[in-house]
Structure formats: C-alpha cells, structure tokens
Design a protein around this ligand. Structure first.
Ligand SMILES: Nc1ncnc2c1ncn2[C@@H]1O[C@H](COP(=O)(O)OP(=O)(O)OP(=O)(O)O)[C@@H](O)[C@H]1O
Ligand SMILES: [Mg+2]
Length: 474
C-alpha cells in the first residue's frame, strides 16, 4: 500500500534549463509510515472527541440503540427503547410549548446547523468574500451555535481577526441568499463575535387587528403592535417626541391611532390630553369627538393650537422651575400629546411665510423644551429629507415605515441603520403585506427592530369616539 507514494514519482522528475547543463532534481524526504498513521489516528480521535463534545445528545441517540442492538439483539433493543419515542410523543401532545422549548427548537437548530449552515458555510464564505483562500488553505470565520426561535435562526459567528461588523453588514444579501433565507440581520454580540439572524418566515405578514385598550389608565409606554420576535411593541410617548416617516399608504395612520387608542383610558380620567393637528383632514377628523376643542385642520387653526401648546408648556415650566425636573401626569398637569399628521404640509409646503415661520418655531420650541414638563409631539410625515423637515433631529425617537429610497432609512433611524438590516425601502407596497410594518431603534439596543403596528379601522375609530362621547369604555 505504501510502496508507490507521490514522492517516489516526484523524485524522478528532472528538469534542466535549455542552454546549460544544470539539472534540477526535487529533494524528496521520506516520512516514515508510522508518523503518517499516528497523525491520521490523532485527527480521527480529535474529530471524535469534538463531535461528542459538540453534539452529545445526537451521539447518545445514535450510540445507545447501536450498543443495545450489539449487546442484546435488535428485538430486545427495540423493546427497551420503545418507551422513549412514545414518551416524547405524549409530551409533545400534552405540553406543546415546553416540548418545543426543550426538544423541538433544539432538534430543529441541530438539523439547521448540520444541513444548512455547516454544509454551505465554506462556499458561502469564500464566494461572498468573508473567508480567504490562501496558499491552498481556507481561512473561514468560525461557525458557532445555532439557536432556533419560533420565527428565525440565530447563528453565532466568530469573525476572522481583522474583520469588522461593516464587512458583514455589506454582505447581508450574499448571506441571506447563500443560506436560503429571505433576509439576514447582523448584530455584534461581543468583541469579535456576531449574531446573524435568518428569519424562517415572516411573523408580521398578517394584519394585526386593533389591540384591546389597556384596562387601567396609562401614559405609556403604549402597546401599539408587535415586534418581529412576537413581543409586544411598546411605544414611549411620555418623556420623548416621536417622528413617524413613511411614504404614502405606509400606514402612518395606524401608529397614530394605535397610540391614541392606548392612551384613551388615561384621557378619560384626565391624565392625558390629546391635541390633534390634521392639515390633510383625512386622518384625525375621523375621531374628532375624542379631541374636543383641541382639534385643528386649517393652517391658521394649527398655528393657533401650537401656540396654545407652547403657552401651556411655558406656564408649566415657570411653575416647575426649581421645584421639579421631570413631569408626573396629574389631573391638574396632564400629559399633553400634540399629534401632527403630515407635518410637512404645515412647514415645508406651507405657502404663507408668516404661518410657516410661526408653526416651525412652535414645533421647534415644543420639541426642545416640552419633554420635561409633560408636553410631547407625535408627528408623521412622508418625506424625511432635511429640506422638508429641518427639525427632524429634535425628535429623539423615530419610526421608519416603508420609504421610497434607501438613503432615507439612515436619515430617519441614524447612520448605519440600513447596514444593520433596517430595509425600510424593501417593505412591500401592498397594504395587506407592508402597511404598518416598519423599523425602530429601541433604547436597549443599537440594532433596528422590525415591527408592525396594529390596524385601527374606521369602524374601530368610530366605536372609540362613540364610546368616549357616551363616557364608557369601548
Ligand atoms: N397597520 C396596518 N396593518 C395593515 N394594513 C394597514 C395598516 N395601516 C394601514 N393599513 C392599510 O393601508 C392603507 C393606508 O394606510 P394609512 O392611511 O394609514 O397610510 P398613510 O401612511 O397615512 O398614508 P398617507 O401618507 O397617504 O396618509 C389603509 O387604508 C389600510 O388599508
Ligand atoms: Mg395618513
């Protein structure tokens, strides 16, 4: 077997230069067969130990039946082992969620690791340029653990030394296509390690009906929809200002109405006042009765209402000065939420210069000084460019619904948000699929989260307004 080795052939290769008599003969060093055998045996052993270490359960599942078969024959082994699958089936039927948590998702994660990620890891890394092929060897980022959640695979990766998160963020499409997923998101878990998220299906594909109103009055955070991981999407409105950007039909109305719906119990007991500015007359006019006299539609009315809000704010600031630094809503000093739909109609697209100046000044004053005295602004607009909304940076919290251009995503969510997976320009323009879907940045994480707002239909709004007028809960 070891008689004719490649080296034996190489030793006989002789080359000479054409015009001299110099002869080149390759030097062949013979490796004793025992060393080769020891190296191969060592590699086999290391591979075995690594497999047992990495997949202990899979090894037990394969090894135990084999050993029992070998020791007692297959009939006895079958008899001894049959309670195990029967028990698992009973567990799956009786406690679906605990079975999924302890067995189902782990089994799926193992399968996805072996069949999808490990199998395609080398080609995807090399073709996408995240791995290197140097001197005949592959240098690949290390594939770590795969965890399955009900909607996505979370894959941990150790980057190659010298790589940055941006290198990966630039290749999200390569990764998604390479591993057969619709999209991919990247997040830094700790120095040198990443978590890649590959959704297996879209949990936000279905329209979410209007959420039930909170049982007790609350000023927030208000539940207005669902996050991609199934958690409720809570929007903080008290102590901040929120800007919602989205192209026409993106579902800005559903965010405004879900927020109003969540605050309504607090409005009823007087802890919150909602002041509505509806220059397009198409959104807030539906629930006019909810706002009483604090509703404005024409630019003049809107300017007056905003000036009134500024005056409330300034009076409060004068009273609070030196006494308290933050606002707690009370019946005497309720939280005032100024809701402005299509704010650009009042600022950038307003032809009357004086009105435009008044409105812009009032909005800038509210957004710079209102937070600590309990005056918040929730504004919606279609075009987030600076020329249209020059005070966009005065809103600490922003929501990007469907946008027309990729550059607009970073304008709304901040630099690098699109690279980290906030593909707001890829949201479907079909209302059933994409309306109300958007990306937000939560306080706890720099990575954008995909969310969908609940849809408050016209009938829901009418029911809310009627019930409010009658003084009952809707
Ligand atoms: N959260 C949602 N879930 C499902 N569908 C929605 C949602 N929000 C809105 N829609 C659908 O999308 C349509 C447009 O929504 P909406 O009027 O809120 O958009 P918009 O962003 O305010 O648009 P515009 O800027 O033109 O006013 C609605 O008529 C509704 O059918
Ligand atoms: Mg609208």
């Amino acid at each position: 077997m070891f008689r004719r080795l490649p080296g034996d052939e190489a030793r006989n290769l002789v080359s000479t230069t054409p015009d001299t008599a110099v002869v080149f003969r390759p030097a062949v060093v013979k490796t004793p067969a025992i060393i080769t055998i020891v190296i191969l045996a060592w590699r086999l052993l290391a591979g075995l130990v690594r497999t047992i270490w990495r997949h202990p359960i899979a090894v037990v599942v394969l090894a135990v039946p084999s050993v029992l078969c070998w020791l007692y024959g297959w009939q006895t082994a079958l008899l001894l082992l049959s309670p195990a699958p029967a028990g698992l089936i009973a567990w799956a039927l009786a406690g679906r969620s605990s079975f999924a948590r302890w067995v189902g998702w782990r089994l799926l994660a193992w399968w996805r690791l072996v069949w999808v990620y490990r199998r395609h890891w080398q080609p995807v890394m090399i073709v996408s340029g995240l791995g290197r092929h140097l001197w005949g060897r592959d240098y690949l980022p290390r594939l770590g653990k795969v965890t399955c959640t009900p909607w996505a695979d979370l894959v941990t990766v150790r980057m190659l030394k010298g790589q940055s998160v941006k290198d990966w963020a630039d290749r999200l499409d390569h990764l998604a296509q390479g591993f057969g997923s619709a999209s991919c998101r990247v997040a830094l878990s700790r120095g040198g390690r990443l978590t890649l998220t590959f959704p297996r299906h879209d949990p936000l594909a279905e329209r979410i009906p209007a959420l039930p109103m909170p049982c007790s009055p609350t000023v927030g955070p208000v539940e207005i929809g669902k996050q991609e991981d199934g958690q409720p999407w809570l929007l903080k409105v008290h102590g901040t200002h929120v800007l919602v950007a989205g192209a026409t039909g993106a579902g800005k109305g559903s965010i405004i109405w879900s927020t109003i719906r969540g605050l309504l119990p607090a409005v009823r007991v007087g802890l919150v006042e909602i002041w509505a500015l509806d220059p397009k007359l198409m959104e807030l006019s539906y629930g006019r009765d909810l706002f009483g006299s604090r509703y404005a539609a024409t630019p003049e009315e809107c300017a007056d209402l905003l000036d009134q809000a500024v005056s409330v704010m300034q009076k409060r600031a004068a009273r609070f000065a030196g006494i308290q630094r933050s606002h707690t809503p009370t019946v005497d000093d309720p939280f005032v939420l100024v809701v402005v739909d299509e704010v650009a109609f009042l600022t950038a697209y307003q032809s009357d210069r004086e009105l435009k100046r008044r409105i812009s000044a009032a909005l800038a004053t509210l957004t710079t000084q209102g937070r600590a005295v309990g005056v918040g602004v929730l504004a919606a607009l279609q075009d987030p460019r600076k020329e249209v909304m020059n005070i966009r940076n005065l809103f600490p919290d922003k929501i990007a619904l469907r946008l027309d251009e990729s550059e607009q995503v970073d304008m709304v969510l901040g630099d690098g948000a699109r690279d980290r997976g906030a593909l707001a320009d890829h949201i479907s323009p079909v209302p059933g699929l994409g309306a109300g879907v958007g990306y937000v940045r939560l306080e706890t994480s720099p990575d954008p989260i995909r969310v969908r707002a609940a849809y408050v239909s016209d009938a829901d709004i009418r029911a809310m307004a009627d019930a409010f007028a009658a003084g009952e809960d809707a």
